[in-house]
Design a protein around this ligand. Structure first.
Ligand code: UTP
Length: 510
């Protein structure tokens, strides 16, 4: 039986209460289905909240006061751990601690995958993107295989079967295609019950005069509420209860677009656990002083990420006595949270999180109902940021890692330039695998069967001397490769899958 058509009156009443009666201006021209969809969208938006959202968007775009001068300080030494500076023994201790937590089923990973990926410009979720690796693997597949491997390594070390559940925050844009993609790929051999997808909230885009923007006559322009929408989404989807049921105590949160992300990194987890931190962030040194990345630091004594645009040139260029940049801790959206901390955020602090303004070009309909693609920004989207919770932490730590080992985000299309593109992401991964292979004793042959002289220094703008891709199921961080590669010659490209590795392993034993 067909659903009854919604009446205009109750919908209009809610919109009047929200101060947005114009949203219904094309109601008379809508089909029954369009009316139903519009009414359903509006049903999810509380009139008072909607009114406050539109007013806040306008206010936030035009701040009435100049910002107060703030005291920006670098991170105190005691809050920092470093893969670069720590001794091998210390790293090993952190790693063991991390593996121990994983083996006890205390660790989960949580992927932020609700973004629209507008800069990359594809019509499907970014996690489904294939950057052109020899294997053709997508970001989702690479991440899934890294989870399987870290579970396997923990099991081997501690002799105990374990699970690292994978929580995936999606949005209206990404949920359905992501679900379908995982179904099609049989969850990349993970148990479906250990992959928990949930949806974040969407908020209307608002015009500069505080009116909800209509994308079509019967459709509001909606956008996800930022990666800081995580905290609300954890509550509305009862995710922390699910974590409690599974005995999860520590959560590794990360972005979908970093092709080098270390899933549930045992060293990072172990460091945070040893420091008894409730909140932690991985950082990398800035590539150059004016690199437009957020920097983790303290402002008026409070830990936070300060955006590049908020800092004076002088501060950006400031250096310590040893010549290092004073504000050098680049945020890579790779966080550690205890479940207890996440509970305190969702129960107490979430409403205090700041909303950030993004001024965007938002397709809309004009007064006659014609579609318009604006050439200049015409509207405001409001977003919360995942890192804005650092201020609520009782014990906050940062963990410095090497960029070439851990950070290469996919943000832009190749056509948009040379930074953070499919090409740079593919190159970063292939360089990493090439370096692992060379370190493990592999030799690569050119088309004339001559050995290619090895090179161990990553060159961001060049392809590696040999194309070599290693499945995460064979090696997570370059470990254990000697058994397959040492003193062997390989034609290009080398694709070290589990099957290829097994054959090579057998060959060696003969
Ligand atoms: P970005 O800020 O890079 O946004 O997200 P994006 O959506 O991927 O790309 P653009 O800006 O539209 O081009 C950083 C991470 O936060 C997630 C993204 O999926 C990505 O992993 N994110 C972003 C969310 O989960 N929800 C959001 O509302 C926004």
């Amino acid at each position: 039986m067909c659903e009854p058509e919604p009446e205009a009156e109750p919908v209009a009443r809610r919109l009047a209460e929200a101060g947005q009666p114009e949203v219904l201006r094309f109601w008379g021209q809508l089909t029954a289905e369009e009316r139903r969809t519009l009414a359903a969208t509006l049903q999810q938006l509380e009139p008072t909240e909607l009114r406050a959202h539109c007013q806040a968007a306008v206010r936030a775009r035009t701040p009435s006061q100049a910002p107060l001068p703030r005291l920006m300080e670098p991170l105190p030494e005691e809050a920092i751990g470093s893969v670069i500076r720590a001794e091998a023994q210390t790293l090993k201790r952190w790693q063991e601690r991390g593996f121990h937590a994983i083996s006890q089923n205390h660790v989960a990973v949580l992927l932020l995958a609700g973004g629209q990926g507008t800069r990359l410009g594809v019509s499907y979720p970014k996690g489904m993107y294939d950057v052109g690796l020899p294997s053709g693997k997508t970001l989702y597949q690479i991440q899934a295989e890294r989870i399987r491997k870290v579970q396997q390594l923990a099991e081997e070390r501690l002799g105990k079967k374990c699970t690292v559940p994978w929580y995936i925050m999606t949005s209206e844009f990404t949920l359905e295609p992501t679900e379908k993609f995982f179904e099609q790929h049989d969850y990349f051999s993970l148990a479906k019950s250990n992959v928990v997808m949930f949806e974040q909230r969407m908020l209307p885009a608002v015009s500069f005069d505080g009116k909800i923007i209509l994308e079509q006559k019967g459709k509001i322009a909606m956008a996800p509420d930022g990666n800081g929408g995580l905290y609300r989404a954890l509550t509305s989807n009862k995710i922390l209860e699910d974590m409690d049921r599974r005995g999860v105590r520590f959560v590794h949160v990360y972005c979908v677009d970093n092709i080098l992300v270390k899933m549930a990194d045992p060293v990072f987890i172990g460091f945070c656990v040893e420091k008894e931190a409730d909140c932690g962030a991985k950082v990398v040194g800035k590539a150059y002083p004016t690199e437009p990345v957020g920097v983790v630091c303290r402002v008026d004594g409070i830990y936070q990420v300060v955006e590049y645009s908020e800092v004076s040139q002088e501060t950006v260029e400031q250096r310590n006595a040893d010549g290092q940049l004073t504000f050098n801790a680049g945020n890579i959206c790779n966080h550690f949270f205890t479940v207890e901390f996440l509970k305190s955020v969702t129960e107490e602090f979430e409403p205090k999180l700041k909303s950030h303004v993004a001024v965007k070009k938002i397709p809309h309909v004009d007064e006659q109902g014609n579609s318009v693609r604006p050439e200049t920004p015409n509207g405001i989207k409001m977003e919360k940021f995942v890192f804005d919770v650092f201020q609520f932490s009782k014990k906050f730590v940062v963990f410095e890692v090497l960029r070439e080992d851990e950070f290469s985000p996919l943000k832009n299309a190749d056509s948009a330039g040379s930074k953070d593109t499919p090409t740079t992401a593919r190159r970063a991964l292939l360089w990493q695998h090439y370096c692992w292979a060379v370190r493990a004793g592999a030799h690569f042959l050119d088309s004339k069967n001559n050995r290619i002289s090895p090179q161990s220094q990553f060159q961001e703008t060049e392809e590696p001397p040999a194309v070599c891709e290693i499945s995460p199921l064979v090696s997570c961080e370059g470990e254990g490769l000697e058994a397959y590669l040492k003193d062997r010659d390989f034609h290009l490209p080398l694709l070290l899958t589990e099957t290829a590795a097994a054959a090579l392993g057998k060959g060696q034993g003969q």
